[in-house]
Design a protein around this ligand. Structure first.
Ligand code: SAH
Length: 263
């Protein structure tokens, strides 16, 4: 895994770095978007419109690599999916910053760093594409789009009908034929698509549902934010080995709750 994607390390002059970042939802953001920042540089939204968003993604990918993410296939995927298309227009200005963003109904799209980290953990030890994988919590469909670049088939399940439909709309123009969106309770997994080489949950539960473990293929890896012995939520990785399951508890995270049933 020595290959690195050929993204430019730096943004051309049209790129904008603002520091400190304006508050979420504040008027400052709107005025920056309209007029450019104090240094007279062009606003991100204008840069997106005028030159395409590729340089902003390239900068995001450089940051991810600097933060220690190194799976070339994941970095490549993060560099190709247009995150700004998955959030409301007013938030597009922040789409390539390392921040989580609201997607409606109290749900959020994770920070790019967390999306990349979880996918990297799921793919650990695999050089090529994974086989079939399952995502619990489609949300706006962003992570499903990223996953479509690193696995042969992506099954993504969402329990909120309006988000399921929003994801469908967001993904339609991308024509990702290997992404299958399902409306249902992801706590039950999705046996029809399994067994899975990888399972990733975008919502945090009290424990890892048995159904997910049952649907994991031998050698498969599951990554899920889960409440651990300390009462805090952390990333938990479960690996299905010949002997059973290995459980690894990693860093603390803050995900929206995993809920049962549909709405
Ligand atoms: N991966 C998403 C992030 C969505 S946030 C994205 O890229 O946008 C987490 C999502 O998990 C929410 O949309 C929430 O409704 C969903 N969720 C929570 N519990 C669920 C369950 N049991 N089954 C399916 N989806 C669930």
């Amino acid at each position: 895994m020595t290959e690195r994607p050929g993204f430019p390390a730096k943004l051309p002059a049209t790129g904008v770095t603002r520091s400190p970042r304006p508050p979420l939802g504040g008027g400052a953001k709107a005025s920056i978007a309209a007029q450019g920042d104090q240094a007279g540089r062009r606003p991100v939204s204008a840069a997106v419109a005028a030159s395409g968003s590729a340089p902003l993604r390239a900068r995001m990918v450089s940051k991810l690599a600097a933060q220690g993410l190194q799976d070339p296939m994941v970095l490549q995927a993060m560099g190709s999916v247009e995150r700004h298309l998955f959030v409301e227009t007013a938030l597009a200005v922040q789409a390539y910053e390392d921040t989580s963003l609201p997607i409606g109904l109290g749900q959020t799209i994770s920070k790019p760093n967390v999306v990349a980290r979880m996918i990297e953990l799921m793919r650990e030890g695999v050089l090529g594409k994974l086989g079939r994988i399952l995502e619990i919590g489609t949300g706006c469909g962003y992570q499903a789009a990223v996953l479509s670049h690193v696995a042969s088939e992506v099954y993504s399940i969402e329990r909120l009908r309006s988000l399921h439909e929003k994801a469908r709309e967001n993904l339609r123009p991308l024509r990702l034929h290997n992404v299958h969106l399902i409306f249902g309770d992801g706590m039950l997994g999705y046996p029809k698509g399994g067994p899975y080489a990888g399972i990733i949950s975008a919502a945090g539960g009290e424990s890892v549902p048995q159904a997910w473990l049952d649907q994991l293929a031998p050698g498969g890896r599951l990554v899920a934010p889960t409440v651990t012995a300390t009462g805090q939520q952390a990333l938990v990785v479960m690996v299905r080995t010949a002997k059973g399951f290995e459980r690894h508890v990693l860093e603390a995270v803050h995900f929206v709750p995993l809920k049962s049933g549909v709405a």
